[in-house]
Design a protein around this ligand. Structure first.
Ligand SMILES: [Zn+2]
Length: 367
């Protein structure tokens, strides 16, 4: 630490040396400042009125100088004071600058940091399967039709050959809209139990030929269990033209199943009953898990029942006869499948509820 020496020799050379010594000490001390409080101590040490280095210089050098040397010493001391004050001020600026550059460094945008990642959603497995099914039929020239989920009794039942009070209505546990009793039966509203109403709505709007697939949500008063849900999805199809036969139906569905499950899948058709088709059939595919050998999934039969289908009943065409659907001239087939059922098979999902619970751990597996 610098202490102010007493001067014996007041020659210019001796003064130069003393001043140079002082400045080198000032310089060294000012380089060693790291904080505002360091600087404060430094400032006081040099500039304090009582016992500061400059005060000591005044007392030790100037006051003690012999008469003839006083003028020269005074000039140097003034110069030295000005330089010291400037150096102390510069040291303060340096401290401030380095503090604010530290702050700047903290605020600086580091473009190499990874950004905030927002997970991008993926298509829900049910929607994905629905789109897949639709795409298979679009590739065969089908267009896509949609219709309302709140339907009238007429479109959901009557025009599809479910006459009022027909027992076949009981097989579709229907959810009715409340307070409809004052309306005529055919106008009463319900939640559609199948996407089939869109078949009639389409035929009302366009004359034959028709090739259409109808994806959508349907509702039934079914209690929730491993394979049933009160809300589920269907894809229906309708093809109407001259000379459409059951062979066209079989060929179309066989192709669609191969497109969905792989070319080794086989199909077979069993007689069934639906009010809107005659003849009606259930279609089975060879088990996609065991290839038809028999396993737990296919209950050791080698086959899995997948959809209902049939030739459009002439009674259905009669409801749209005035729009060109004369059952003596045209024919058609229709089919309908449950999307969840196919999704369960494709993804080997244990319970249908998993599709609706919105559990991200389940849904992430389809990302
Ligand atoms: Zn099997």
């Amino acid at each position: 630490m610098y202490t102010v020496p007493k001067l014996e020799d007041y020659s210019p050379e001796a003064l130069d040396r003393a001043v140079a010594e002082l400045f080198s000490a000032l310089d060294a001390e000012s380089r060693d400042l790291h904080s505002e409080s360091d600087w404060k101590a430094f400032h006081d040490r040099w500039l304090a009125r009582k016992n500061g280095v400059l005060t000591q210089i005044n007392d030790t050098w100037l006051k003690a100088a012999p008469g003839p040397a006083k003028r020269e010493v005074g000039r140097r001391v003034n110069e030295l004071k000005a330089r010291t004050e400037a150096a102390i001020e510069a040291a303060q600026d340096k401290i401030h600058a380095s503090a604010s550059s530290t702050k700047l460094a903290a605020d600086r945008l580091d473009i190499t940091l990874p950004g905030i990642q927002r997970p991008i959603g993926v298509k829900h497995p049910v929607l994905r399967v629905m789109d897949e099914i639709v795409a298979v039929f679009k590739a065969m020239g089908y267009s896509v039709g949609e219709g309302p989920e709140v339907e009238t009794d007429y479109y959901n039942f009557e025009s599809l050959n479910f006459p009022p009070n027909h027992p076949a209505r009981d097989t579709q546990d229907t959810l009715f809209i409340a307070d409809q009793e004052s309306k005529p039966a055919r106008d009463r509203l319900l939640l559609r139990t199948h996407t089939s109403p869109v078949q009639i709505r389409t035929m009302e709007q366009q004359p034959p030929p028709v090739r259409i697939v109808i994806p959508g949500k349907v509702h039934r008063n079914d209690p929730l269990d491993a394979t049933h849900s009160p809300v589920f999805h269907q894809v229906e199809g309708l093809a109407v033209d001259t000379n459409i036969t059951f062979c066209d139906l079989k060929g179309t569905l066989d192709h669609a199943m191969k497109a969905l499950f792989g070319s080794s899948v086989k199909t077979r058709f069993y007689p069934s009953f639906f009010p809107f088709t005659e003849p009606s059939a259930d279609m089975q595919v060879s088990c996609i898990f065991c290839g038809g050998k028999g396993c737990r999934k296919c209950k050791f039969s080698g086959w899995i029942e997948l959809l209902g289908c049939g030739m459009v009943d002439p009674n259905v065409f009669d409801f749209v006869k005035q729009n060109g659907y004369d059952s003596s001239k045209i024919s058609g087939f229709a089919f309908g499948m449950g999307v969840e059922r196919i999704a369960i098979l494709k993804y080997e999902v244990e319970e249908i509820q998993l599709f609706y619970e919105g559990d991200v751990r389940f849904l992430e597996q389809f990302a």
